[in-house]
Ligand binder design. Structure first.
Ligand SMILES: Nc1nc2c(ncn2[C@@H]2O[C@H](COP(=O)(O)OP(=O)(O)OP(=O)(O)O)[C@@H](O)[C@H]2O)c(=O)[nH]1
Ligand SMILES: [Mg+2]
Ligand SMILES: [Zn+2]
Length: 430
């Protein structure tokens, strides 16, 4: 139980970021502090005991069986640790999905790095890690790309962030009796309107917990999400889906880039059909988990994140790549340029219709609102190493292009109070 001292601010239901079970705040378990109180039925003998407290300090902290003051909470179902703020602010789950090597991990690292810069400075929103321990793998990706000690050296592209493993430290395993379940580790961030934000309120803070996962592409292949390994079950919780589509995996697309004098990299190695299968499979999973009938389309935005645009920008000449937001006089908070993002979306859709219309058809048959956004986690300073012929980048030259735009745009559609969009006035003659 949680004491009355904080009860006013508690949500009615909390969703666990590990097992997605919902529970009432008073059901939350506490994690014992005393080093003698070891052993948990689900997590094993070396973990601190989880318990429902009956004694509290005046500040509302639970006391464990030895009388030690406890600070951490745990989910009543999976017993994994739940940040205290999850009881007070709603969690926004976002899923990043896509084929192996499509660029999900690079995109995720660039996205978070960009949000740290853009949200406070442009949108009057504070953004930070909820728990550095649980976010450390993602922070390592970010460090490798943006705070690399070999900033001036040409680093082969694949060496900055490694392929996402299918097991290991990105997962947590729980033993429910004989049944072992492996959950993907969530990355949690706190977003909170600053006092200068138009919707700021001291009494009812405008704040959300952002929850993301880094899946391996293989998890989205048919048969890879099971009861014992529900690694993509977050898709059903997701407020917006980010399908990471790597156009350079399509042979027709790569041929077009070459014809324009570009170099698509690992072109043709993958197959667009695999990316299409993954999207179809994700759609089928979401229909299954949420009970959405085939006659209806998913009501949440599906953002098709077209990655590695640095390799195919030749196909998008004369596109305005400046950051798509602006501030208006008297307002400290920027608004997204919805028109420009949507115009580019139309153009990218036309491009995909030319090379791989099947992917567009699958996306639009599944979701009601589909948008296309071109991004690069690295920017346009990728080089070819003359010694090896491999593509590389000097970390000091990494400048993501529009890496945060998919998330900013998705938030502006799902939480318009937090991030606003503006439209240009249409001239009367049009
Ligand atoms: N040129 C370019 N290459 C990129 C970019 N992002 C990723 N890559 C390359 O694509 C490869 C795969 O990217 P990852 O982010 O690891 O792909 P992933 O989707 O996480 O793959 P899995 O973990 O296997 O599912 C990287 O090793 C990079 O070489 C980008 O923005 N531009
Ligand atoms: Mg990955
Ligand atoms: Zn749980």
């Amino acid at each position: 139980m949680v004491t009355n001292a904080t009860a006013d601010h508690l949500l009615a239901r909390v969703t666990c970021p590990h097992c997605w079970e919902t529970f009432a705040p008073e059901q939350v378990l506490w994690i014992s502090e005393h080093s003698d109180l070891l052993g948990d039925a689900l997590l094993g003998p070396e973990q601190q005991q989880r318990f429902l407290p009956s004694r509290f300090t005046l500040e509302g902290e639970a006391l464990d069986a030895t009388g030690m003051v406890c600070h951490s909470l745990a989910c009543p179902k999976c017993h994994l640790s739940v940040p205290r703020c999850a009881l007070e602010m709603e969690t926004v789950f976002l899923s990043i999905l896509g084929a192996p090597a499509s660029g999900k991990s690079y995109f995720l690292a660039a996205l978070i790095h960009e949000l740290r810069r853009i949200l406070p400075a442009q949108f009057a929103i504070n953004f930070g890690d909820v728990d550095l321990v649980s976010n450390h793998i993602l922070n390592e990706y970010e460090e490798s790309l943006f705070f690399n000690p070999n900033a001036e050296q040409l680093v082969p592209l694949g060496n900055l962030v490694r392929k996402t493993e299918l097991e290991g430290e990105l997962y947590e395993t729980i033993a429910y009796g004989n049944q072992t379940i492996m959950y993907p580790r969530p990355f949690l961030f706190d977003m909170r309107a600053r006092p200068e934000h138009a919707k700021y309120s001291a009494e009812a803070p405008l704040a959300r917990l952002l929850c993301l996962y880094d899946n391996a592409g293989e998890h989205f292949l048919p048969g890879k999400d099971t009861t014992s390994s529900p690694v993509t079950r977050h898709l059903a919780q997701s407020r917006a889906l980010f399908f990471v589509l790597d156009p350079t995996q399509d042979p027709h697309f790569s041929a077009a880039i070459r014809a324009l004098g570009g170099e698509p990299g690992a072109a043709g190695k993958g197959r667009m059909s695999r990316q299409q299968t993954i999207l179809q499979e994700a759609a089928a999973r979401i229909r299954r988990y949420t009970g959405l009938p085939l006659s209806e389309r998913h009501p949440r935005p599906l953002i098709m994140v077209l990655t590695k645009v640095d390799q195919w920008s030749a196909l998008l000449q004369d596109v305005d790549v400046s950051e798509p937001w602006r501030t208006f006089s008297g307002r400290p908070q920027a608004a997204l340029d919805g028109d420009r993002i949507e115009q580019q979306s139309v153009r990218l859709r036309q491009m995909l219709m030319q090379f791989c219309p099947e992917v567009v058809n699958v996306a639009e048959a599944f979701a009601h609102d589909v948008f296309y956004i071109a991004t690069s986690a690295l920017g346009d300073r990728v080089e070819i190493d003359p010694a090896t012929g491999l593509r590389g980048i000097r970390p000091q030259n990494i400048r993501p292009r529009w890496a945060a735009v998919p998330l900013l745009y998705a938030l502006s559609r799902t939480l318009p109070g937090l991030i606003t969009r503006y439209r240009r006035k249409v001239p009367k003659s049009e």
